[in-house]
Design a protein around this ligand. Sequence first.
Ligand code: UDX
Length: 460
Amino acid sequence: MKVTIFGTGYVGLVTGACLAEVGHHVMCMDVDVNKIDRLKDGLIPIYEPGLEPIVKSNIESGNLLFTTSTEEAVNHGQVQIIAVGTPPDEDGSADLQYVLAVAESIATHMDDEKIIVNKSTVPVGTADKVRNLVETTLRNRSLEVPFTVISNPEFLKEGAAVNDCMRPDRIVIGLDLHGESRRTVETAMRELYAPFNRNHEKILFMDVRSAELTKYAANCMLATKISFMNEMANIAERVGADIEFVRQGIGSDPRIGYQFIYPGCGYGGSCFPKDVKALINTSKELQYQSKILEAVETVNNTQKHKLFDLICRHFNCSKEDASKALKGKTFSLWGLAFKPNTDDVRDAPSRVLLELLWKAGAKVQAFDPEAMEEIQRIYGLRGDLSLVGTKEAALRGADALVICTEWKNFRTFDDEYVKTQLSAPVIFDGRNMYEPERMKMKGYAYYSIGRSSNMQGSER
Ligand code: UDX
């Protein structure tokens, strides 16, 4: 099939590359000339395992094309997929300007039947807005061309995006058609996704609004699991329990499951924080207060301060007056990305910590396998941040080690070496990478998330 994709961010580029990989003829459009020029040469703007080889091979085979021309893009595909960003507005609502701009461009250039697929995460009711806009634009052109707007949310995870796209758990398609026209669109969507719809039926057809809400409900549920566990962790620490045992104890119940119950220094990324906020706002607009989602957000914002709280506890200072104890200190920071296997630092817990430490007058020596360029781009050159090439170099002369991201490479370290590099053996672990008992035996003051050893640590 001939498919056009608008937007070459995570969702657009991964979807485009995967659809091309299974044999569709895909054209990806973006307004960013520089990005498209680089993509044409096979240069990928994001770090995503497995993406580069399939982009390159499909450019070579001619299945994957890139353009900055809206007209060319609209003419190319029978299916037009909108995968542009929906960044949060000042009040946290999803900003639809890019989605609507694409819809208008499609309507401005189309002259044959199109299936317009919305893949961007958009508030419930957006498909109606897109439909109205396309209708009005076509009317202004005095053109009567049939079209359909469907909702087809994407559930890919950064770092596993290619696999998620190729082997989805489910393919959600929302359409509000009936009779013959519904059958035609369903058939086209089945053809588009047939290569991913193997082993068992994964396509779920539903109405547009349910599909739109499904995306938010999925991300909000996952965010809720994490905030719930972080709350349990804070309780565990206080009652003298270890959240890691509790996690296994509850995860073994299949109704709860092991996934997404890892406590930590808070969730980040481009989806959870934005989507939780957006659904809170949608509810508010409908005079409904989502108490659960508000709590999920509040718990997460508090959790992003957790490592700083532990640091203050160790150095015997209050958060408000942290500079008294922390000014002039140097912290070694392992991990900047919001999670491993990505260079993404959007809403990353590391950034909250960096800013709190800087505010208190401390310096940071940081290492991340992929995300240092991004951090540099955001904060620029500054005297209180040095980005270094190895986790070992980040330790040199620091007063403590702090871990924000559970990169595999951080799972083990040379104990003696770490001790010779740090001015004192102190570790604040935001991802529970090590055993408190073992760390204690090795002579570390070791603080982590939701373990009673945190309380003992403060008595050292
Ligand atoms: C998420 C959804 O998982 C995906 O389905 C959706 O399409 C987009 O949003 P992503 O943002 O890439 O994907 O990352 P994810 O792996 O879900 O992690 C999000 C955040 O939650 C990370 O900061 C991670 O560290 C944190 N997390 C995750 C936890 O703190 N504990 C967990 O148990 C799981």
